[in-house]
Design a protein around this ligand. Sequence first.
Ligand code: ZN
Length: 226
Amino acid sequence: MSIEALNYDDRGLVAVIAQDAETGEVRMMAYADPVAVQETLRTGVAHFHSRRRNKLWKKGESSGNILRVRSVWVDCDGDTLIYMVDPEGPSCHTGAETCFFRRLDAEGGLVQHEQDSSAPTLLRLERTLLERKSSDAGTSYTKSLLDGGASKVDEKVREEAAELGRALINESDQRVTSEAGDVLYHLLVGLVLREVPLRALLAELSGRFGTSGHREKASRSRRGLS
Ligand SMILES: [Zn+2]
């Protein structure tokens, strides 16, 4: 299948979902025509077709909040794409990280909560920890760890890692899961303490297998697509 052979609708468009290549967060949804897809592949930066202005739209052309595109995925029937992206800045024109920050409740009413987001679990956890860090309503467990500093977090990470190790050796799957959760939680507290983004950790991991962002970029340059 080529760009021309994608399954365009009667307006000549395919739907495009932009998803964070590291965190898995869905950032936005828009439409593309063949020119927009071609420009995206050529430049490595997300382009769409603006239905309102009826023209090619480089995401972030005025805000600077571009989406660097690592890869473009095509769904089974060719009418929807995913741009796997490295976002620079918030993706929504409202200033939100993602356009999907409002939820329908069971009755169909629109709700919006700080704590409630469409983000994947680890990202939601990171955002919750960051919020605890900046709040002065200081009685949460997270807050007490952060207030204890690196030595406190060091102590807990070692303790939880030892518990996970013991569970791996001779405890139930349920215990392994629970202890692994404790390790991940404390690990994230450590990252938040040091102000290292979860995204950087995920990028480090994805760089260790398959195609890393850097390697992909390099190979894109070699193919003249960057
Ligand atoms: Zn938006």
